[in-house]
Design a protein around this ligand. Structure first.
Ligand code: MF3
Ligand code: CO
Ligand code: CO
Length: 267
């Protein structure tokens, strides 16, 4: 399957889906505190997406080839969980870090975004990882423009991350997105400048780096979904859905509660 280019109308629909996904995170933010279970967050998100937004939670029963159907409406990845953590009955506790990944389908179009939350205070080390991963995502986003290549995005994220002594997970990547949850291209979070596909206006894809405080190696838990760091070091991830415009980039997954871009983006 080739990379699909989105029309002006398609992009308008994707802006709506993207904003709705981000607004789920806005809604959840105040509920992420010690004692809440990730199941409770999942139920809050599910009800909001279905009842308030009139949208569909894309993860629920999602089953790519080789996977069992995903059983919940959001992903919640805690501490050394890298991605695809399944909400459960365990309460969050002060000091945990959690990634909440929300994907909604509105009028047939997908919006995919995730944020990190620090429960209670959080160690200096944990907060540093969360901040650095946020900046790593934005180091990738600002490379997006017609004529740039996917390898430029990966290279920017990788060099920034490794220069600070952290590691980039290789096995999972960003992805094209539109009428389908996961489309071409794959958007690696490491790589060499000037390599891979050239970006064109109308492409839409996610940038969603997973960064480990320790080594980059991962393994899968027995549930068919949850990915953890092999060395049990902390892992963080942020995700935006981004469109290539005529002159650069547009983030489609912004909302009133989105954290501001880092200083270097605002100039
Ligand atoms: N939202 C994830 C991504 O960013 C995919 C989750 S697949 C699921 O690509 F089935 F676990 F939800
Ligand atoms: Co994604
Ligand atoms: Co996602």
């Amino acid at each position: 399957m080739p990379i699909t280019l989105k029309s002006t109308d398609d992009l308008q629909a994707m802006r709506t889906a993207g904003r709705l996904a981000a607004e789920v995170l806005d809604m959840l933010a105040e509920h992420v505190r010690p004692g809440v279970t990730t199941d409770q967050l999942d139920q809050l998100a599910h009800r909001h997406i279905v009842d308030v937004q009139g949208a569909v939670p894309a993860p629920l029963n999602y089953a790519p080839p080789g996977y069992v159907p995903y059983p919940k409406s959001i992903c919640t990845s805690v501490n050394h969980q890298v991605c695809h953590g399944i909400p459960n009955e365990r309460p969050l506790k002060a000091g945990d870090i959690v990634n909440i990944d929300v994907t909604v389908i509105k009028d047939g179009w997908h919006g995919d975004t995730s944020r990190m939350f620090v429960v209670g205070e959080g160690s200096i080390q944990a907060r540093r990882l969360v901040q650095l991963t946020y900046e790593a995502m934005w180091r990738g986003i600002v490379r997006v423009k017609p004529g740039a290549r996917l390898g430029d995005i990966g290279h920017a994220i990788q060099t920034f991350t490794e220069n600070q002594g952290f590691s980039v997970v290789r096995e999972f990547c960003g992805h094209g997105i539109g009428r389908k949850f996961h489309e071409e291209p794959q958007v690696l979070h490491y790589g060499r400048p000037g390599t891979l596909d050239e970006l064109q206006p109308g492409m839409v894809f996610t940038i969603e780096p997973m960064i480990n405080a320790g080594r980059r190696e991962i393994r899968e838990l027995g549930d068919g979904w949850t990915i953890v760091t092999k060395d049990r070091s902390l892992s963080a991830q942020w995700e935006h859905t981004v469109a290539v415009t005529e002159t650069g980039w547009e983030v489609l997954t912004l909302s009133a509660g989105s954290p501001p871009p880092p200083e270097f983006v605002r100039g």
